[in-house]
Design a protein around this ligand. Sequence first.
Ligand SMILES: *Cc1c(COP(=O)(O)O)cnc(C)c1O
Length: 464
Amino acid sequence: MHYISTRGNVGQIGFIDAFLMGLADDGGLLVPGEIPVISADKLKEWEKLSYQELLLEIFSYYTNDEIPQDDLKAMVKASYATFRDAEVTPVRKLNDRLYLLELFHGPTFAFKDIALQFMGQFYSYVSTRHSKTIHILGATSGDTGASAIEGVRGKEGIKICILHPHQKVSKVQELQMTTVQDENVLNLSVHGNFDDCQRIIKDLFADVEFKERNHLCAINSINFVRILAQTVYYFYAYFQVRQQAGDQEINFSVPTGNFGDIFAGYLAKRMGLPVNKLILATNENNILERFIKEGVYKPGQFRSTYSPSMDIQVASNFERYLYYILGENAEAVSSLMAQFKAAGEIVIAPELLSRVQAEFAAHGVEGQECLDTIKKYYASNSYLLDPHSACGVAAAEACGESGVTISLATAHPAKFDEAIRLCGIEQQYPEPIAQLFQKPQRQTVVDGSAEDITRELVQFYNRG
Ligand SMILES: *Cc1c(COP(=O)(O)O)cnc(C)c1O
């Protein structure tokens, strides 16, 4: 297995190099040279595996034999030992047509832990075994930052800098990032929104000379390893629900921001997992909903919502999907992305749109609809959804696809108490979250200029 860029100018690199490269050096995104297709017999065998065993099976198709099996096993074991549920990602039945896939049992109570606990172990491994200096740089709408920091805090040979939009993350998200006291962690609180943060780091990664000089590594979903780690729970949940739902069709509903998590679902589908529809759930930042419904990809006005981790207009991973719907044609991707840069929008042909709609449905959830969904399931099932998971559930209901739907519960409600209170619901914080309020915070507030941020970064990375 080798990796190539969606824009065609990075050729045939290995798994560890793809992991370290993050954003492809030609400005595109890395994808596997060929997606392995898993036979129905193999899938049948996989039904009985534990989460960790399943991960090892899936990864075996992608790692290019670059990691000795025992080393990979040890990393996987350590990654998921921090989870509060033995199943890692348990599935819960809400009613005959709707299941929830709980992805928030990791240390920071959001689904980002699933990939980032593993990536933390993997960076540490590469730093020790391959004597690499690892300087992680990432942008966060709230959850990735906390999770990535948790994955590498205090680790030898690794430094991490995270940009988050100043006062546009929830209180708990902010505390999770800024109460970490380890010297290898820098939090930059940027005046601006998530798209500004993401653009700044994408520009820094695109400057290949700067990137190499400063040993920059990516933890955002531009990193293919993160996507790959997230495919595992699609397989795992599918097998769990298949046992209960018999021969009914199975859909997934995915609260979406950067098109990362749902792209992992798309990858699972292309690997042969017989998923019916992928339901794309957004909030009022609904550029992706409009793409699925109308074939027009055009960022609009940024809106702050009850689900801040999905407050994103420019979805980084969208380019990976474009690559596949354009028939793995890197030249076509390059010219569309150039056109996007010039004109600010992408419009796809009607025959392509009908192919998109054969695989995806979409629904943009309004604020009140989100809160109403939280209240409804609290009343009917005594189940408290967080606002992101509520978007997934509301979209599953609105799209009404046949069969059963597995809706991804991407965060624990304690992370978003602002929205829960608006529903008139009082919740009790789990102990690790309650403790955060007692701890001192450390962060540097910066304006949105690239110069300011670059200066802070370089100072931090060069500090002894
Ligand atoms: C990051 C995040 C999302 C969106 O995931 P993408 O991979 O960006 O699509 C949804 N819900 C929560 C809670 C998140 O933290």
